[in-house]
Design a protein around this ligand. Structure first.
Ligand code: AMP
Ligand code: MG
Length: 397
């Protein structure tokens, strides 16, 4: 049996980043830049400008009474020259006029009869220099994470209207099992609703991939093979749930072995255990256990980092923080457990309460959980008062 870390290393080795496409900025949120370093073509701001509504003047003329000689609004191209003994009314963001070196804010100036009285003004006061945020030619390092609103603002301020981003990896989702029916359909005896397809497809989208749902596939080698071939034609990755175990009707492994290459592991993880990993015609395939709790947790641990790696990102993109367990939660001592907990702020830091039943058939506790509490191999339980890593999945109230 492999540890979680060994399995993840094996899955991530040899992943190729997905290709790139060019998109306009307004379609880029959540996408990943093809390169995180961009050479600025322009100064930001492009010209010296006022950071206040006030009066542009020469610091050497203050304190004193200065004649008002015009007005400059933001966007002005025509700038009156500021002579000695004079000042020009200026708005925030308006270009500094020639002859002026400083700005006295409106609040400190007394205006009367076409003139102002100003107190002493520091040289350069309230002037934003051209390039003080970014200089033309500067190498701008952008965060290696999905693009958020601030990065969009930086790109826009640099005058960039279109960027190269990674193509979202196309991830085919295939749920297998004779017993499965789509949610919304009536069940015949022995059947259950497919809880995995919608959830895994959504998880793929959240990781930055593009989910492609294949039809529900019965435990039939011929039909599984047909769907795997369909996936090869359209997808960069295939995520299968169910049918990867060692039962007589678990055919996913055999099909992948026949069409490509397969590693099959039992992983020392709870929930989860059997995991198939392989490739068909260069398309990686991950086979998750069918049980929805196991499928979603092993997706989180293995498939999500794989999709992120394809996008050129590292890690899981999740925050892990120490949390003190408030309930006793037993586990299999042979495996690393990811216990479903609700993490809350406590007096001394985060506190983790059990989110409900921890059996892998108890799905609702996964929906109630906002974190997975990681309890190491060798430990029989999470003990109240003990501190553990909490892998944060959701919001903390
Ligand atoms: P398997 O991995 O195929 O052995 O399935 C393990 C358990 O998970 C069985 O109880 C299946 O009925 C159940 N299961 C498999 N796939 C799904 C699914 N898509 N939705 C809900 N339960 C499933
Ligand atoms: Mg099955």
């Amino acid at each position: 049996m492999r540890s979680v870390d060994e399995a993840l290393d094996a899955i991530l080795s040899g992943v190729r980043p997905s290709g790139v496409e060019t998109l306009s900025l307004d379609r880029c949120v959540g996408r990943v830049l093809a390169t995180f370093r961009i050479t600025a073509a322009v100064d930001v701001p492009p010209f010296d400008n006022s950071s206040m509504d006030g009066f542009a003047l020469r610091a050497a003329n203050a304190p004193g009474r200065l004649r008002l000689a015009g007005e400059i609004v933001a966007g002005s191209a025509v700038l009156p020259r500021v002579e000695a003994g004079a000042a020009v009314r200026i708005m925030t963001g308006a270009p500094m006029p020639p002859g002026a070196d400083s700005v006295a804010p409106l609040e400190v100036a007394d205006e009367a009869d076409g003139a102002i009285s100003v107190p002493p003004v520091e040289l350069g006061a309230h002037v934003r220099r051209a390039g003080h945020d970014t200089r033309a030619g500067e190498l701008v390092e952008l965060p290696a994470e999905p693009i958020g609103p601030p990065t969009l603002a930086v790109l826009a301020s640099l005058g960039i209207g279109q960027v190269e981003v990674r193509r979202r990896p196309r991830v085919a989702i295939m749920s297998t099992g004779d017993e499965l029916r789509a949610p919304g359909e009536a069940l015949e005896p022995g059947q259950i609703h497919d809880a995995n397809s919608a959830a895994l497809a959504a998880a793929v989208d959240q990781a930055g991939g593009q989910a492609l749902r294949l039809p529900l596939t019965p435990d039939d080698p011929g039909q599984i093979e047909q769907q795997v071939r369909a996936a090869v034609a359209v997808a960069d990755l295939l995520v299968v749930s169910g049918g990867v175990s060692v039962g007589r009707h678990d055919h996913v492994r055999g099909v992948i072995e026949r069409l490509g290459t397969l590693d099959f592991w039992r992983i020392r993880v709870q929930p989860g255990k059997p995991l198939a990993y392989g490739a068909v015609d260069d398309m990686p395939v991950i086979g998750l256990p069918g049980n929805p709790v196991s499928a979603l947790v092993t997706y989180e641990l293995f498939a999500r980092p794989l999709i992120r790696r394809m996008l050129g990102l590292t890690g899981s993109g999740r925050l892990t923080l120490p949390a003190v367990a408030r309930d006793r939660m037993t586990k299999d001592p042979e495996r690393r457990a990811y216990l479903r907990v609700r993490v809350e702020r406590g007096a001394g830091g985060l506190e983790a309460h059990s989110a409900g039943g921890q059996a892998s058939s108890q799905l609702r506790s996964l929906a109630s959980a906002n974190a997975l509490l990681v309890v190491a191999e060798g430990e029989p339980a999470a003990e109240p008062g003990g501190t553990y890593d909490a892998l944060l999945l959701g919001e903390i109230g």
